[in-house]
Design a binder for this molecule. Structure first.
Ligand code: GDP
Ligand code: ADP
Length: 299
């Protein structure tokens, strides 16, 4: 057993997007070394939900005492109910080198990202709002009024996706699972023989940059050196590896774009990557080493 501590893997997303469906499939893949944190909630069980499996269903008083007794890593309210993550189970599993999925909403995620180390955060997106409505209605689990409240809440949550490490579109459960699996491998959450598709993507981007964009690389370095006047800027400019930086920027942008929308199966196709890069090159700032953190990376 490795003595490497496990990671908290936050999976958030609007009600009905498919968090439960995707997590159920992820948990079946033993190589991912995943455990599922069962939350505490004051919400009433849905048909088919079992106490101690889907949730610990508790009264408002029991929930309040869990907070007072510091039994929860985080807690939040969501459309009239309280939800919280019991601390004991998560800490025990992390210590046993397990990765623990926290399926929690954005307020709770903010608390965890602030208070815990070694956290990986993923925001699951629907292809569009109409599809989200279809899914939540199709689940037949809420009244029309609650469905409306949850869809309204979704419009407030979705803009917060950019504060997550990754945005993943749940176009199909199979694709979403493949994407999250690749992220877990890329983020070295698991000891897996297979390489992540991100590694092959970087190799292909490197080839394309060497074939087509060395002109930009050379001028980027020159621009940065010309702009440098303070001693430390000049030192940084002279040691600036523009080609590696460009490969890193383009690889990350292509990877995140395709996770958020598009055909992940093409993530290692040179023709597909070349096409994506042509548009991304217009967004690279060749007059500075540091790039704007482009919130529209995934859009
Ligand atoms: N902060 C926090 N949110 C939670 C927790 N458990 C579930 N949630 C979130 O609460 C929201 C409502 O969950 P639920 O009522 O099961 O609805 P669903 O999203 O349609 O499955 C979802 O965004 C869940 O991810 C928790 O322990 N803490
Ligand atoms: N990729 C998908 N395409 C179509 N329907 C989906 C997809 N993922 C989930 N669903 C369906 O959408 C509904 C909501 O899924 P669920 O996993 O309960 O979402 P959440 O846990 O995010 O509320 C369920 O009926 C589920 O079968």
């Amino acid at each position: 057993m490795s003595n490497k501590k496990g990671r908290i893997v936050i999976i958030s997303g609007p009600s009905g997007v498919g968090k439960g469906s995707v997590n159920e499939k992820l948990l079946q893949d033993k190589k991912l070394n995943l455990e599922y944190s069962i939350s505490m909630t004051t919400r009433k069980p849905r048909n088919g939900e079992v106490d101690g499996v889907n949730y610990y269903f508790v009264s408002k008083e029991e929930f309040a005492s869990a907070i007072v007794n510091n039994e929860l890593i985080e807690h939040a309210s969501f459309v009239g109910n309280s939800y919280g993550t019991p601390r004991k189970y998560v800490e025990e599993k992390l210590k046993n080198s397990k990765n623990v999925i926290l399926e929690i909403e954005v307020d709770g995620a903010t608390q965890v990202l602030r208070n815990e180390a070694n956290v990986l955060s993923i925001f699951l997106m629907p292809p569009n709002i109409t599809e989200l409505a279809t899914r939540i209605k199709g689940r037949n689990s809420e009244t029309d009024e609650v469905i409306k409240q949850r869809l309204d809440k979704a419009l407030l949550e979705i803009p917060l996706k950019h504060s997550y490490d990754y945005v993943v579109e749940n176009d199909s459960v199979e694709n979403a699972v493949a994407k999250i699996t690749d992220i877990l491998i890329r983020e070295q959450c698991i000891v897996s023989g297979e390489a992540s598709k991100y590694e092959k993507l970087v190799e292909i981007v490197n080839e394309i940059v060497e074939e087509k964009y060395l002109f930009f690389v050379d001028h980027w370095k020159e621009n940065v050196q010309t702009a440098a006047n303070k001693k430390e800027d000049i030192k940084q400019a002279d040691s600036f590896d523009a080609k590696s930086k460009l490969v890193e920027i383009l690889s990350n942008k292509v990877y995140k774009k395709v996770l958020a929308h598009g055909d992940f199966n093409k993530i290692n196709s040179k023709e597909f990557i070349d096409f994506k890069i042509q548009k991304l090159m217009f967004k690279v700032n060749f007059f500075s080493i540091n790039q704007r953190n482009d919130a529209n990376d995934e859009d």
